[in-house]
Design a protein around this ligand. Structure first.
Ligand code: SAM
Ligand code: SF4
Length: 329
């Protein structure tokens, strides 16, 4: 088991499949993009499967979420999903995506064994999408969402990040859009993880503000907190339910005490937190012929060093050197 020195056990592995992306969301990346990882640095499918296989069969990982960068850009994604689905015990398999290309891929991914999906959608207005994501692709995302639902990846979850003066007037329209289609919406507070270090606390739209905007239009009742477990989203029933909306107050309502996550970057570095300032290299030992036991020992070293919290609210907080897109959000 991957238990840290504060008694938390990691069971949820976030796997970044690529640091590349076809959008440039301004809370994540600069307009010009980033220097992508060179191809040979990325774990091959076989290397990835060896590492994930160990995590599932030896270390108690029960949920594998693929992310990035944009994971749909990874060649052979459906094949990777199928190989993870063949592991015993079979882990839950989920994907976080910007939805571009999902219209074509949702069916094959579902058939390969994908269980759940989160699609990021921050606005319903094409001009705002173009401003925020710096590409004119709103139609592709909406089509991707519909394809995911049609493929049986229900309930489709939608992630939205609000930026002050950009899309924060769309809090209510986003929820209406999701309610009408049975998508489960979760708002995420903007975190200091952008490559250009542009995050400003005063510009972040807080969980309190999001709840106030929603409460002006809908009756929200807090869902049973016992149901929350390690889930980062605080869930609310909308107008008595059964529809729900979530708010992930990563900054103002940290949930580190219940964290059950660990992360693997596309270049084979293990991270015990999004905000960790150190990584444990799995790729070099793996390529040098390390045994399974040696690789397992690296996982255990990594989890033992996990800090109690992300520290964003501490005066000495320093952003991690890699941005969200390279860590895997
Ligand atoms: N490209 C995929 C996507 O956008 O869904 C997967 C990777 S992205 C890094 C994963 C999630 O992180 C998305 O929902 C995105 O909105 C969110 N995200 C990115 N940067 C963020 C930030 N600075 N603060 C909060 N959430 C962020
Ligand atoms: Fe790409 Fe996702 Fe970052 Fe947007 S949030 S730039 S879609 S990795």
């Amino acid at each position: 088991m991957l238990t840290d020195s504060f008694g938390r056990t990691a069971t949820d592995l976030r796997v970044s499949l690529t640091d590349r992306c076809n959008l440039r969301c301004s809370y994540c990346m600069p307009a010009e993009g980033l220097d992508w990882l060179p191809g040979p640095d990325l774990l091959t499918d076989d290397e990835l499967l060896r590492i994930v296989g160990l995590a599932v069969t030896r270390l108690g990982i029960t949920e594998v979420r693929f992310t990035g960068g944009e994971p749909l850009l990874r060649r052979g994604l459906a094949g990777i999903v199928a190989r993870v689905a063949a592991l015993k015990p079979r882990p839950g398999i989920s994907l976080t995506t910007n939805g571009i290309g999902l219209a074509r891929l949702a069916g094959p991914l579902r058939e390969a064994g994908l269980d759940r999906i989160n699609v990021s959608l921050d606005t319903l207005t094409p001009s705002v999408f173009k401003l925020l994501a710096r590409r004119d692709r709103l139609g592709d995302v909406i089509a991707g969402l519909a394809a995911a639902a049609a493929a049986g990846l229900a309930p489709v979850k939608v992630n939205a990040v609000l930026m002050r003066g950009v899309n924060d007037h769309e809090t209510v329209p986003l929820l209406r859009f999701c309610l009408e289609r049975d998508y489960e919406l979760r708002f995420i507070e903007q975190m200091p993880l952008d490559a250009q270090h542009g995050w400003r606390r005063a510009e972040m739209v807080t969980a309190d503000e999001i709840l106030a905007a929603l409460s002006a239009e809908f009756a929200l009742t807090a869902d049973d907190p016992a149901e929350r477990g390690s889930a980062p989203a605080e869930a609310y029933l909308v107008d008595g339910g059964p529809a729900r909306v979530g708010v992930i107050g990563s900054v103002t309502r940290p949930f580190c005490g219940a964290c059950d996550r660990i992360r693997l970057t596309a270049d084979g570095q293990l991270r015990n937190c999004l905000f960790a300032r150190t990584e444990n290299d799995l790729r070099a030992p793996l390529r040098a012929g390390a045994s399974d036991d040696e690789l397992v020992a690296i996982w255990q070293r990594c989890i033992r060093a996990k800090l109690p919290g992300h520290g964003i609210n501490d005066p000495g907080f320093l952003q991690p050197s890699r941005p969200m897109s390279a860590i895997g959000g």
